[in-house]
Design a protein around this ligand. Structure first.
Ligand code: MN
Length: 254
């Protein structure tokens, strides 16, 4: 049992490199001791992001290719295998069907399939997944190979899709925009408590006009606590425990 005083805040999906002053965000994240996964949208920005967070005890860089960038940045895909040797964390990856274009969706599925193939060779990879309007296809692409180590970021599928994702033993990272909407809050209330993580998805999500970032992830915790009918301390502790489960028995942040 982890003592309550030793539970840290967790942000499993933040675009640190996209803040106007990323160095400041890194310093602030360390100061607040928020374990953070710094996702990247394209292979070409991975090394820059890895350098940005290299001095941080709490932030780890993730290598990925955002599905919405597959059409324009797909030529960077071949850079990924080498980057995947450098980090345990993978994201942002997934599918986005808000583009109606059929051929674009095919290219996204191909890309995701290849990335998952590369990742399946290494049983320790942790994935942060985008699945807007495409949850069913992301779930079937994952199959059973990534249970307990894939995270649906900002899940917005149906209740049925949620059940399917749960049956694969996936995690879900929830942010302030999601938890503030009726649909999002309903989904969160249906998620197994031991599968919920927190994310900022900064700088895209706004908190009272301010950009969401690891340091204000406590606001997500407060809302989670009210959904769970518990105290914020207990909610924070649960999320941290879930994060530890995700990482395995090792020390958080490894
Ligand atoms: Mn994102």
């Amino acid at each position: 049992m982890i003592p309550m005083s030793d539970s840290f805040l967790v942000d499993t999906h933040c675009h640190i490199d996209l803040f106007q002053d990323p160095v400041k965000v890194v310093a602030e994240t360390d100061e607040h001791r928020v374990f953070t996964i710094a996702v990247t949208n394209a292979p070409l920005v991975y090394r820059h992001t890895a350098d940005l967070v290299s001095g941080s005890r709490y932030i780890r860089p993730a290598a990925g290719l955002h599905p919405e960038l597959v059409a324009t940045h797909g030529d960077q895909l071949e850079m990924l295998p080498e980057l995947l040797n450098e980090t345990r964390y993978v994201g942002e990856i997934g599918l986005d069907y808000s583009v109606p274009d059929g051929s674009g969706r095919i290219a996204q599925r191909k890309t995701l399939g290849r990335i998952l193939e590369w990742c399946s060779a290494d049983g320790s990879k942790i994935l942060t997944l985008h699945s807007r309007r495409a949850a069913t296809d992301v779930i079937s692409a994952l199959g059973t190979s990534f249970s307990k180590r894939s995270i649906f970021h900002w899940f917005s599928g149906t209740n049925k899709e949620l059940e399917k994702a749960c049956s694969l033993d996936c995690f879900f990272s929830v942010n302030l925009a999601m938890i503030s909407s009726a649909k999002g809050a309903n989904l969160i209330s249906r998620m197994p408590v031991d599968r919920v993580l927190t994310e900022s998805d900064g700088p895209f999500v706004k908190v009272h006009g301010e950009q969401a970032r690891p340091a204000n992830i406590g606001r997500v915790i407060d809302k989670l606590a009210s959904i769970w009918g518990t105290q914020s301390d207990e909610a924070r502790h649960r999320v941290y425990r879930n994060f530890r489960t995700l990482l395995g028995s090792g020390v958080a942040g490894e």
